[in-house]
Design a protein around this ligand. Structure first.
Ligand code: CA
Length: 229
């Protein structure tokens, strides 16, 4: 299991550190966040293959974080790890978008089995393409194809990255600074209009010929890609 990045969001330092160590010993790469809000920031910063989430967390609880992760990435497997073990807690976890649920105290070997099973499942999905959606627009991250209403849309590499960023953050306002940092890796001088120019290129391709625009301008704040489906 090389090059598999796992995000652990757990505020109990002992458990979090033991998890990181166990995962590292099993050849996974693991990063820990001890707080829900920090976990969300770390998740948005770079891609992860799997997320392990505690439920009672400071900042943002595991259910809220799971919903945010699901909205940004429908495919990434999420395992909830918690001391809460009533049926209601489990249902709430699955409703928030969790794929699996492990009750503390747990045996690390069991967690490992569940992680491997979930990763096998996404590897199967990868074979047929990892997809991001908004309404009737679909992006295939493997084949780099974008379609809307089934019609292929041809994008440049930068437009593709920009659209991917919008899709991963759909229904959330992103500022020009967010966009420049994530899509260009630099903080553009705010007086330049590079971002607006690129957003307009993208709009011409994905919105102009369709009834329902996806990208909206949020005056004074930035842009938002709205998925009403
Ligand atoms: Ca906790």
């Amino acid at each position: 299991m090389q090059d598999i990045d796992i995000l652990i969001v757990e505020d109990e330092k002992k458990i979090a550190d033991a998890l990181r160590q166990g995962l590292t010993e099993n050849s996974f790469r693991a990063e820990v966040a001890y707080d829900g809000v920090i976990g969300w920031k770390v998740f948005q910063n770079r891609p992860f293959h799997l997320v392990i989430l505690d439920i009672n967390l400071p900042g943002m609880n595991g259910y809220e974080l799971c919903k945010a992760i699901r909205a940004a990435d429908p495919a990434v497997p999420v395992i909830m790890l918690t001391a809460l073990n009533t049926l209601d807690d489990k249902i709430e976890g699955f409703d928030a978008g969790a794929d699996d649920y492990i009750v503390k105290p747990f045996d690390f070997r069991e967690l490992l089995v569940r992680i491997r099973a979930l990763l096998k499942r996404i590897h199967r999905t990868v074979a047929t393409g990892t997809l991001l959606h908004a309404g009737n627009l679909q992006m295939n991250l493997d084949s780099k194809e974008v379609t809307r209403e089934g019609k292929p849309i041809s994008l440049t590499a930068k437009e593709f990255q920009l659209l991917e960023y919008f899709l991963r953050n759909k229904n959330r306002v992103v500022s020009r600074v967010d966009i420049s940092l994530h899509v260009w890796d630099i903080d553009f001088d705010t007086r330049t209009n590079v971002i607006d120019v690129y957003v307009n290129y993208l709009r011409k391709k994905i919105d102009k010929d369709f009834d329902e625009p996806l990208i909206h301008t949020q005056v004074g704040m930035g842009y938002i890609l709205k998925d009403k489906s």
